[in-house]
Ligand binder design. Structure first.
Ligand SMILES: Nc1nc2c(ncn2[C@@H]2O[C@H](COP(=O)(O)OP(=O)(O)OP(=O)(O)O)[C@@H](O)[C@H]2O)c(=O)[nH]1
Ligand SMILES: [Mg+2]
Length: 443
């Protein structure tokens, strides 16, 4: 998501920074591009209008244009305003109360149940003991889905007797949490196909019954401008305290989701970045702005690495890289570790300067190149993995056949690896440190 927006903004802003002095006309031309880029990304038109006006006002203001670094300064203004736009409101996830009650609301299929499980996992990491409550009495399958997720995560799920009214389910859930000494209750409420008065009254009644400290509106970032109206309706019916934007791993333009905060004043608190229960990020507007503007997002990358890399293994890997004793076997390990962190394109876009390569890298993965590399290494004997110089023609043909690839594929990989090894030896000689390993172990 945000790829096209990101690309266009990078191009426009790159042109600004590439220049020595800039004029008011240059700023105006750039702002026209920024405006178009935002509108094309489906950002709400009023939000765009205000945004561009604010940036322009600051950019043509007193000292900026006079300075020799005017281009960079304008980029900084765009960045800061983007952070401001994305970061409306109080983003703290409040978990006060015993139990702290969190209610998940939103349209059907927006990702409430998935996000309930993700949040539960998130609070467990903070040392809390959540209880999930299936507060959707209309579809038994909904409670089953939550129960399955709860089992996976080893988190209890409360189900009321069939026919129980939703506010009563919520009350019973809170009582159950007290009995089971659980300190957070997350209510997974029923989906709404569209804004419907009866169902709105129902979530309002839940709010009155159990007074959630957080009422999170779950919004599918793939829905367009309509999402803004939906959010406004929810905000009018219940005191929504935060947004969870889901499916930002998708390829929709995403601008509408980005506008909700600015229009409603409700802060984004979490992002859903995939279907699995670990695909959740605490929302940091500065990091997203950095990603959109191609400045990378090292902090999120390090956090993901810390979560998915084994620190000891990472240290060993770093040692090997330093001594240039890194083998194809290690490469296989590393490939698998990196893939645990998320889709390659997503990871690359967090590395400063790599943003523009993210799409190509993801496309390569989608074409199955990573799988091919893995298959080739797996088809080698341990001795071959440690020392690919033994790979003569017949061994290479055997590996190609064994991995379902072609001889040129095998040759290419061996060549790439040999070049990489040469580079590592040079770096090792220069005593420089590199690799993700050092990112992880530095802390
Ligand atoms: N790619 C991706 N898929 C997601 C994300 N969050 C949810 N999904 C998928 O979206 C679909 C709907 O998710 P649910 O959590 O069941 O949505 P819901 O709001 O509970 O749906 P109802 O209970 O029917 O209203 C599922 O297929 C999820 O796997 C996300 O962040 N990324
Ligand atoms: Mg659901």
């Amino acid at each position: 998501m945000f790829d096209t927006l990101s690309e266009r903004l990078r191009k426009t802003l790159g042109e600004l920074t590439g220049r020595g002095r800039i004029s008011e006309a240059d700023v105006d031309a750039a702002m026209r591009e920024v405006r178009l880029a935002l509108l094309e990304a489906d950002v709400n038109f009023k939000v765009v209008k205000d945004f561009v006006a604010r940036v322009r006002e600051k950019a043509v203001g007193a000292d900026v244009l006079e300075s020799l670094t005017a281009g960079q300064q304008v980029v900084k203004i765009v960045h800061d305003e983007l952070v401001e736009l994305l970061g409306t409101g109080d983003r703290v996830f409040h978990l006060s109360g015993n139990p702290a009650v969190v209610s998940m609301v939103g349209l059907q299929g927006s990702g409430k149940t998935t996000s309930t499980a993700k949040l539960a996992r998130h609070v467990v990491k903070q040392g809390r003991r959540p209880l999930l409550v299936a507060a959707d009495p209309y579809r038994p399958a909904a409670a089953d889905q939550l129960e399955t997720l709860g089992k996976q995560l080893d988190i209890p799920v409360y189900r009321a007797a069939p026919g129980t009214a939703v506010p009563e389910i919520a009350r019973q859930g809170v009582d159950a949490a007290k009995r089971q000494v659980r300190d957070v209750v997350i209510l997974d409420t029923a989906g709404r196909l569209q804004i419907d008065d009866a169902l709105m009254a129902e979530i309002a009644a839940v709010n009155t019954a159990v007074r959630p400290v957080e009422t999170l509106l779950v919004v599918d970032a793939m829905t367009g401008q309509e999402a803004v109206g939906v959010a406004q309706a929810f905000v009018a019916a219940v005191p929504v305290t935060g947004l969870v934007l889901t499916k930002i791993d998708g390829d929709a333009r995403g601008g509408a989701a980005l506008s909700i905060s600015a229009v409603t004043g409700v802060p984004v608190k979490f992002l859903g970045t995939g279907e699995k229960t670990d695909a959740i990020e605490v929302f940091h507007p500065d990091r997203l702005a950095g990603r959109i503007l191609g400045m990378g997002d090292i902090l999120t990358l390090v956090e993901r690495a810390e979560e998915h890399f084994d620190a000891k293994q990472a240290a060993q890997m770093e040692e090997k890289l330093r001594k240039a004793s890194f083998t194809l076997e290690d490469m296989l390990d590393q490939l698998q570790q990196v893939q645990k962190m998320g889709p390659i394109g997503q990871i690359m876009s967090m590395i400063p300067g790599m943003g523009s390569m993210a799409n190509e890298a993801q496309a390569a993965v989608d074409r199955g190149e990573l799988k091919r590399t893995e298959a080739i290494i797996r088809a080698m004997t341990p001795a071959e993995r440690r020392d690919p110089t033994v790979l003569n023609g017949s061994r290479r043909r055997r590996i190609a056949a064994g991995s379902g690839t072609t001889l040129p594929d095998v040759n290419r990989l061996v060549k790439q690896f040999t070049e990489m090894q040469k580079l590592m030896k040079q770096l090792a000689g220069g005593g420089r440190r590199g690799s993700l390993g050092s990112l992880v172990t530095r802390r």
